[in-house]
Structure formats: structure tokens, C-alpha cells
Design a protein around this ligand. Structure first.
Ligand code: ZN
Length: 298
């Protein structure tokens, strides 16, 4: 199934549900960054979380950045996701691999580390971005993002994210976010229902793997609670905003002396985009052109 995001409501608008399938875009991230299995799972879960968090923003250009800094060998994770359905991200140490955990699953919590912080920055498209930090709960990412939503955004939320990756690459990846909206937030029974429903969904990734659609999974979760699935299906994809022009623009900011140094010592310049792994090169002629532009004041 194509990568996509769908929205739904239930309990007469008291519950908001969002589901996302990210199988292809996480596979693209795996290939671009040469991610190990556990790094694929960690980044994939964070990418799905980013898209889910961005999905309730208002302005088209809104974006969410999730940064996770844990004590584990994977180092940091950074994901940038937009309401427009684009997402990109990377981990500091993509080659780290760990043995399976005690449940026989990829040890994402061990790779990320349970000591550390989760930072979320919401850029609403104008003014200062809104940022907030919480301590990690387990490093398993789903729990950590849910904890963030409960404590920082004070929205009772249940979230599940999962990635299935093996020798054939990523075969299932996605997530579901259920939230109790403010008008129903004092309804304790509703909040507990959500938590028990999502807890019953431990098999989310296997359901995706088995070819279930998001609509079918929503039906299973909320079908008896007045589920209404919104008709719009939004496509989501891996996309990075870097470009050759941006690379040259960044070089120009370094100034004439630095550019001359690059021409003399390196015969050009090269840089790799952290977010997507794209490699950019500038020849000595292009660097000389930039110096010319700087001298001409353009
Ligand atoms: Zn890039």
C-alpha cells in the first residue's frame, strides 16, 4: 500500500484519530543512510511520530522537529516532518546494531538509551517556534512521544508506532495516534478506553504487514464508538529541501578568505546533507564564481 495518512473522529468528536503508513519512505531513509536494522526501526518510528504530530497543525507550512538524545550507542535522532506530508531525518550512528531484546524484538530502547531527552519544536509558520522538552521514558520512542503529549501538550493521547525490517528491507512501517480532544478531556472513562484500546493493538505492525488498511485498523479500534473516517487520504513521502543552489548559498556565506582556502587546499568543496545523504560538490571554477559574486556585491 502507498504511504499515506488518514484522519478520523469518534465519540461524537471527542476522539481524534490519525493513522500513517510510512513503509516506503522509511525504506528510502534506510537506503539513503545505510541504516542498520535497529537504526531503521528507531528512525522509522520517529518519522511516523513526526508526521502524526504535524497532522493537527493549521497552516500549510507548519513543521515539527523531533530530536531525541539518549544515552545509547545510536547517538541522537533528528526528524523534520511537515503538515504537507514531507518528512526527513537521520541518526548519528546509523551502523549500530544490537542483539534482539528479551522479547525477541529489535532493541530500539537499548540503542537509543532510556536516559536522555526528547525535544519537540513546533514551527507554526509565523513567530517564534514553540519548543518543549521531556525526559525519555524508555527510549522505545512510541512511549516517549506519548509521554510528551500527555505532559507537555496536556492532551490525553495513546500512540503506537512500529517498523518491520528484515533482509528484504522495510516491509511494514507506520503509526496510529488517538487523542481525547479538550471538550472531552475531563471524561476519565473515555481516556481510559483509549488507553486500553491502543494497548490491545500490540500487533499493529503485523496487521500492516498482513495488508490491513488503516481504515480497517481504525474500525477494529473504534468501530463501536461512532467512528467517522474523513474522506481525504493524504500522501506522505521522504523529501529533503536541500539543493545545489542551497549548497552554493551556504558556501558563499563562508566568505572570500575561506573560499580561497578551499580552492588552494582542496581544489573545490564537497558536503553531504545530514538529512538525506545527498552529496554536493563545487568545482574550483564554481568557487571562483562565488568569490566574483561576493566582490561584485551580489
Ligand atoms: Zn538533503
Amino acid at each position: 500500500m502507498a504511504d499515506q495518512l488518514i484522519r478520523a473522529t469518534a465519540a461524537e468528536g471527542g476522539i481524534r484519530a490519525v493513522g500513517v503508513i510510512t513503509t516506503r519512505l522509511v525504506e528510502e531513509a534506510r537506503q539513503r543512510h545505510k541504516l542498520s536494522y535497529v537504526a531503521t526501526a528507531a528512525l522509522g518510528r520517529t518519522m511516523s511520530s513526526g508526521l502524526l504530530l504535524a497532522s493537527n497543525m493549521k497552516r500549510a507550512e507548519s513543521r515539527v522537529n523531533i530530536r531525541i538524545i539518549g544515552s545509547g550507542p545510536l547517538g541522537g535522532i533528528l526528524v523534520d516532518a511537515g503538515l504537507d506530508g514531507t518528512v526527513r531525518g537521520y541518526v548519528d550512528n546509523p551502523e549500530v546494531e544490537l542483539p534482539p531484546n528479551s522479547k525477541g524484538k529489535l532493541d530500539v530502547g537499548g540503542a537509543v538509551g532510556s536516559d536522555g531527552y526528547l525535544y519537540v519544536v513546533r514551527d507554526v509558520g509565523y513567530g517564534y517556534p514553540y519548543s518543549s522538552t521531556v525526559e525519555l521514558v524508555s527510549g522505545e520512542i512510541g512511549e516517549d512521544v506519548a509521554h510528551y503529549l500527555m505532559t507537555s501538550e496536556q492532551t490525553p493521547s495513546a500512540l503506537v508506532v512500529g517498523v518491520f525490517v528484515g533482509a528484504q528491507g522495510v516491509t511494514a512501517s507506520g503509526g496510529i495516534l488517538l487523542q481525547v480532544l479538550p471538550k472531552a478531556a475531563s471524561d476519565e472513562a473515555l481516556v481510559q478506553t483509549l488507553e486500553s484500546r491502543i494497548a490491545s493493538l500490540t500487533g499493529f505492525t503485523p496487521l500492516l504487514q498482513a495488508g490491513k488498511t488503516l481504515a480497517e485498523i481504525f474500525e477494529q479500534l473504534l468501530g463501536d464508538m461512532g467512528l467517522q473516517i474523513l474522506p481525504e487520504i493524504q500522501m506522505v513521502r521522504f523529501h529533503c529541501s536541500c539543493s545545489p543552489d542551497r549548497f552554493l548559498g551556504a558556501l558563499k556565506i563562508l566568505g572570500e578568505a575561506e573560499l580561497l582556502d578551499m580552492i588552494e587546499k582542496d581544489d573545490g568543496a564537497e558536503a553531504t546533507c545530514h538529512f538525506c545523504g545527498e552529496v554536493y560538490q563545487a568545482s574550483r571554477d564554481e568557487l571562483a564564481q562565488l568569490i566574483g559574486d561576493l566582490k561584485a556585491g551580489s
